[in-house]
Ligand binder design. Structure first.
Ligand code: ADP
Ligand code: MG
Length: 140
């Protein structure tokens, strides 16, 4: 086990339904610490830059549109094996396939409006964290 940081985003379907506190409770109950957090309304360019790895996918344009329909909350989470731990409590991308007790099973509206983003590797976590946060904004 190693202490890691991962990038989390509470998506616009969460802020629209006033669920940020419920999801933060699940994060903290899992033993992850929210060591940086801010609420942003992404521009189209910010959403496209963040999801650039998916630029060739059929859902890219709709995804970037969705991510600009309302505020998001971007967060840095820290804890032992934080990358995998957060992916585990998020649940599968498609809520129809998400396990009981996961955030997406409980809260996601659809495969697109699926409530949360979490980095999928330590390497991607580092670049995603630096996309939204400066060092001085991360207080462990
Ligand atoms: P995850 O967020 O689980 O890592 P991906 O990285 O594959 O999933 O996809 C990024 C985001 O794109 C998903 O969280 C979801 O919002 C959206 N998405 C993924 N697949 C689809 C799809 N088939 N149709 C619509 N939106 C999708
Ligand atoms: Mg992903």
């Amino acid at each position: 086990m190693s202490v890691q940081q991962t990038l989390s985003i509470l998506k616009p379907d969460v802020t629209r339904r006033n669920l940020t506190g419920k999801i933060n409770a699940k994060i903290e109950d899992a033993g992850l610490r929210i060591i940086a957090q801010k609420r942003l309304w992404l521009t189209r360019a910010q959403a496209e830059g963040f999801y650039a790895v998916h630029a060739e996918r059929s859902f890219f344009s709709d995804l970037c549109e969705f991510m600009t329909t309302g505020p998001v909350v971007v967060q840095v989470l820290e804890g032992s094996d934080a990358v995998v731990k957060y992916r585990d409590i998020m649940g599968a991308t498609n809520p129809a396939n998400a396990a009981e007790g996961t955030i997406r099973k409980e809260f996601a509206e659809s495969i697109e409006a699926n409530s949360v983003h979490g980095s999928d590797s330590e390497e991607n976590a580092a670049s995603e964290i630096s996309y939204f946060f400066s060092r001085t904004e991360i207080v462990g």
